[in-house]
Ligand binder design. Structure first.
Ligand code: AMP
Length: 235
């Protein structure tokens, strides 16, 4: 195939997409494009786009498709970016976005969409415990009984909750996910590019499941010589 992996990573909020994209990005040498991260950075920078989307983010509502499509087309439409591969996290979220993505990138633009399946009752407590370091940006989890002032384990900085990790926005985001994801999954499956993996387990176990799914779809995408075959033998 001669190109780097072009993957869509799907899953409920709190399913571990960010963690898995970080592992996959360094394993496969491809950039992680999180639409949520891009939008949060725009809001933090106070850009015109940030001002336009901040209320959607705060309430856990979906940003209108027209804005999202511009943003993603700009980031991925460039043939050079396409050749570097990508890990698309947070987009597409709806059937309309999925169809638009293939319209922009072409019918073979994505090697695989991986759905990291974690039930809602497992992600709720994860989202309630999730903290982000204001200094280094690390995403961590408060353990039961930890005081809210517990510092970042990586750099000692102050940690905070994401604006949309409040109970109301969490429920809204999870409900929207459930509402929108079914038709998108059915459509991706009909195109032969969907793999669903069990997302419950420690991050390294889930990472191995994703690599197996990607390798099952296109072995050359994960087999770089020192690759998956060797990792399987060592396991
Ligand atoms: P995330 O970090 O993926 O949970 O995204 C955070 C927020 O960004 C979402 O709750 C939406 O407000 C917005 N957002 C991110 N990606 C999309 C998308 N593909 N379509 C619409 N809104 C999005």
């Amino acid at each position: 195939m001669g190109h780097k992996a072009r993957l869509i990573i799907l899953g409920r909020q709190g399913a571990g997409k960010g963690t898995q994209c970080a592992l996959l990005g360094s394993r496969l040498g491809i950039p992680h494009v999180s639409t949520g991260d891009v939008l949060r950075a725009e809001v933090a920078a106070g850009s015109p786009l940030g001002d336009e989307v901040s209320s959607y983010l705060r309430t856990g509502s979906l940003v209108p498709d027209s804005l999202m499509l511009d943003l993603v087309a700009h980031r991925l439409g460039d043939p050079e970016t396409g050749a570097a591969g990508f890990l698309l996290d947070g987009f597409p979220r709806t059937l309309a976005q999925g169809k638009a993505l293939f319209d922009v990138l072409g019918p073979d633009a994505v090697d695989l969409a991986v759905e990291i399946y974690v039930p809602a009752h497992v992600v709720r407590p994860r989202l309630a415990a999730r903290r982000v370091c204001v200094r280094c940006g690390a995403v961590t989890a408060l353990s039961p009984g930890d005081p809210a002032t517990t510092p970042c384990p990586d750099c000692g900085g102050q940690v905070t909750r994401r604006d949309d990790d409040n109970d109301r926005a969490i429920e809204r985001r999870l409900a929207l996910y459930d509402e929108q994801i079914g038709p998108l999954l059915v459509w991706l499956d009909s195109r032969g590019v969907l793999a669903t993996i069990d997302g419950v387990g420690d991050p390294e176990t889930v990472h191995q499941r994703i690599l197996e799914a990607v390798g099952g779809a296109s072995p050359e995408l994960v087999d770089d010589g020192a690759g998956l075959g060797r990792m399987r033998r060592l396991a």
